[in-house]
Design a protein around this ligand. Structure first.
Ligand code: G4P
Length: 285
């Protein structure tokens, strides 16, 4: 399946980010815990230029917890400060403030030696679209402000959000992974719903998703839909259509509707909690 998914405004966002980087102490990058590799933007690695890095594994409530743990270790080994969050429910959000403090410890110490006390930490929030950035910012702002009694306020014109005395956030437009030639990355982002649905064929996407899930989590789809399993993804989709009564006009099963249902159920975490990448897959990715 071919995707065209690197709009021009993302190149512009990258340039803007280069400028913003001069203003901040720490980069907080959100990734989707179901695809911690594909949803991570490698541009930031080259732009970061020695800034402290935090990685938030968002939507961990939808991911395979054993793999989330492995990915956290993997990125920690690469020098990131990592924690998992569920921005929707607010789980893990409170810990983020502490992680920011830890990541900026050296800077705070340098400031202190130079007599600069209580300068707020300035954090830049980045992430590809749909990774949960707005949800995270809202949730984080609420928690940080409840604690201090502050109200988040927009300061200085840019998208600065002053959380409390110790932290200011700079929001940036989402930047999508630029390895747009890598079809595997595109495919995984399509599975989780980060690529517009019009850009791919839902039946084909459903079949490919089944292929992956059957390889890594065999039998889970059949269990969820209470159908007999099959090695053939087309047969499996037909069985889902049959079970759910998805028929086209004329009594024929509607495999497209079954694929749509499967993809939606997968995205909502109904079929199970899955992670679509493992750290040891990086070479294949
Ligand atoms: P963005 O700014 O990065 O583009 O993403 P945004 O916050 O709009 O979030 C994209 C979708 O992801 C939203 O769902 C949001 O509710 C969901 N989301 C964000 N964080 C989490 C999380 O930690 N766990 C789960 N399960 N979902 C999360 P939506 O379907 O667009 O909206 P809604 O149905 O939630 O209203």
């Amino acid at each position: 399946m071919q995707f065209q998914w690197y709009p021009g405004h993302m190149t512009k966002a990258k340039r803007a980010m280069q400028e913003d980087l001069k203003l901040i102490d720490v980069i907080v990058e959100l990734v989707d815990a179901r695809v911690p590799y594909s949803s991570k933007n490698p541009d930031i690695d080259s732009l970061a230029n020695g800034k402290a890095r935090i990685l938030l594994m968002n939507k961990y409530d939808l991911a395979d917890s054993a793999l989330t743990k492995r990915w956290i270790e993997y990125y920690e080994e690469k020098g990131f400060f990592v924690t998992k969050v569920n921005s929707k429910k607010g789980t893990g959000i409170r810990e983020v403030q502490e992680v920011i403090r830890k990541a900026c410890e050296k800077k705070i110490e340098r400031d202190r030696k130079r007599g600069i006390l209580n300068r707020p930490i300035r954090a830049m929030i980045v992430g590809i679209p749909n990774v949960g950035k707005s949800t995270f910012i809202n949730s984080f702002a609420k928690k940080a402000c409840t604690k201090t009694g502050n109200k988040p306020g927009v300061t200085r014109g840019k998208q600065w959000i002053r959380l409390n005395k110790t932290t200011e956030l700079l929001d940036t437009p989402g930047i999508l992974w630029p390895k747009f030639e890598d079809q595997n990355v595109g495919l995984r982002l399509a599975y989780i719903g980060s690529i517009k649905d019009e850009l791919y064929d839902i039946y084909e996407l459903g079949r490919l998703l089944i292929g992956y899930l059957e390889k890594e989590y065999a039998g889970r789809i059949a269990d969820f839909y209470e159908i007999e399993n099959s090695e053939d993804s087309a047969v499996l989709l037909e069985r889902i259509a049959e079970k759910r009564g998805f028929v086209k006009t004329g009594a024929e099963y509607d495999p497209d509707k079954a694929a749509r249902c499967l993809v939606d159920d997968f995205r909502a975490g109904k079929i199970g909690l899955f992670t679509l990448e493992r750290p040891d897959m990086e070479e294949e990715m």
